[in-house]
Write a protein that binds this ligand. Sequence first.
Ligand SMILES: C[S@@+](CC[C@H](N)C(=O)[O-])C[C@H]1O[C@@H](n2cnc3c(N)ncnc32)[C@H](O)[C@@H]1O
Length: 162
Amino acid sequence: MSRLDSMIRRLQAQRDGIEWAARRISDLGGDVLEVGLGNGRTYDHLREKLPEREIWVIEREPAAHPKSTPPSDRLLVGEADAGLAELARRGVRVALIHYDLGVGIADVDHPLAAGLSPAMAALLVPGGIVLANNPLVGLPEIKGPDTVPLERYFFYSKPDAE
Ligand SMILES: C[S@@+](CC[C@H](N)C(=O)[O-])C[C@H]1O[C@@H](n2cnc3c(N)ncnc32)[C@H](O)[C@@H]1O
């Protein structure tokens, strides 16, 4: 598959995954977290589909399109591990996380995603969802929308408290 086709599939997976997850969390309380603002495309889609939710964003080097720049009091500038720790310190609980970090090289991206997984899981409310561009560890994987091929995007849900 060409990198162009791969990019198109990635964008489709993000759009379909966000819309699917937004429906799944409709009965859950909690904020939303975008890890990796980039150009702000997925942030903008989250904002459009979940207008009633607070949306937090972690980004080491904010440079999004001006129309997709989060309010400064919801943007944590810096490394993802520090941002996740800061949200935990503030007592933020989230129903949905979109994780979108990486350089497209598994040997680099997988350890990063694995290392950040526990801190993301800790912020999630029971039943909360993570959709991720790389595999996470420690949360049960679930099937995402039918339109997203396995291994194209990764979906997880925090089990309900016992
Ligand atoms: C793939 S882009 C995100 C694209 C975005 N979701 C969109 O739709 O436009 C990843 C972003 O994560 C940021 N980033 C990468 N590693 C990071 C880290 N360890 N901590 C914080 N931000 C990071 C990069 O600066 C980049 O802007």
